[in-house]
Design a protein around this ligand. Structure first.
Ligand SMILES: Cc1ncc(COP(=O)(O)O)c(C=O)c1O
Length: 357
């Protein structure tokens, strides 16, 4: 185990021993290999640099209560990267290559998997870039797939706490038929102006649909979830079917693997799960709201501030009961504290360091 103060790790990059790389030429992917070299020898005219031909992913390995290491739904990340690749006219990384690269990155950095009980995890950042030198506008035909591991701290080092969101109408993250459903760098670079302005005010940024600025799209780099319950509130025992888990349907948002998992768990708890367009004003009818994604699982929202309309939607200063229950249900599966009925986790054999397959 590395000499790392696991308890003080944030969501920052910690240099691993190895990264993993694989190149693709003429549509053929080479075997992934591990290297200590964290620098690329890249042509200055590579399509990733010139035209943003780049896509990425984010997933985690968890050291469970039983000491075993679990990868969470990595095949879903592999599929999503394939969608992103197709969207940017890149050669998709086959699931087998993706799995081998993640397995090798884990095997070579086993000492960076944080101990159970710290809440920290080993995060993997798979990255796909276009490397063909080109000056004329157009896609390249050569690619490099890289997996960068880094141990990261728990999103909530202390208590599970709330975040305030600021409604943004002056920077659109992604167009309705643009690249919003893909995890490509351009979406993030183009949202920095809005997210940094929100951060400067101690908030995060709530993106609305780019066409009408009427419906909720996404929360910074996470999906939105709202909980609606009739008044008076039904109990969490027996009254679940009257409680609704609401999440936006939009062609401009990333299909979150965490949201998908939470929807399954919500249905299992008996909640009504609805995915549809959600008007911003509907926030007033919600008792709980949150952002969800791999990094935080669930990040409860205390307030959404709409400065332009001079309106604030409040959900209380403490995380609500429904979202708290969902948060723990998913964390328990990820850390092996409860049965994984859905086969979401894959235990990695540490004695033989077998690769994820
Ligand atoms: C824009 C955006 N939306 C949603 C998510 C959440 O997706 P996931 O749950 O797969 O991490 C992310 C993070 O990957 C993201 O960057």
């Amino acid at each position: 185990m590395k000499e790392i103060d696991w308890n003080s790790l944030g969501f920052h990059y910690t240099e691993p021993d190895y990264i993993v790389r694989a190149a693709c030429h003429e549509g053929v992917w080479e075997e992934p290999y591990a290297t200590k070299d964290k620098y690329l020898h890249l042509h200055v005219s590579a399509t990733c640099l010139q035209y943003g031909q780049e896509a990425f992913e984010g997933l985690k390995a968890f050291r469970g209560i039983d000491g075993k290491i679990r990868l969470f739904r990595w095949r879903e990340n592999a599929k999503r990267l394939q969608q992103s690749a197709k969207g940017l006219f890149m050669t998709p990384v086959p699931e087998e290559v993706f799995g081998k690269a993640i397995g090798l990155a884990l095997e070579k950095n086993l000492d960076f998997v944080p101990p159970y009980g710290t809440g920290a995890t080993l995060y993997f950042r798979p990255l796909l870039i276009g490397t063909t030198p080109r000056l004329g506008v157009g896609p390249g035909r050569d690619f490099e797939f890289i997996v960068i591991p880094s141990p990261i701290g728990p999103y909530y080092p202390g208590k599970f706490h709330c975040t305030t969101f600021l409604v943004n109408r002056y920077v659109d993250r992604a167009a309705p038929f643009g690249t919003g459903q893909l995890k490509v760098g351009g979406n993030y670079a183009s949202s920095f102006r809005a997210t940094e302005a929100a951060h400067a005010m101690g908030c995060d940024c709530l993106f609305l649909d780019a066409k009408q600025h009427k419906y909720i799209d996404e929360c910074s780099a996470a999906n939105f979830i709202g909980i609606k319950r009739p008044t008076p509130a039904p109990s969490l025992k027996g009254g679940e079917s009257q409680i609704e888990y609401l999440t936006p349907r939009s062609s401009a948002i990333l299909p979150s693997i965490t949201n998908d998992s939470l929807m399954t768990l919500a249905r299992e708890m008996g909640l009504k799960v609805t995915r549809r367009r959600i008007r911003l004003e509907e926030l007033a009818e919600m008792s709980e709201a949150a952002a969800c994604g791999t990094a935080c699982v669930i990040s409860p929202i205390d307030k959404v501030i709409d400065t332009e309309k001079n309106r604030t939607y409040s959900f209380g200063d403490e995380p609500g009961p429904v979202l708290t229950k969902l948060y723990h249900a998913l964390r328990d599966i990820q850390f092996g504290r409860t049965e994984d009925k859905y086969g979401w986790t894959e235990i990695v054999d540490q004695t033989t360091s077998r690769q994820a397959r």
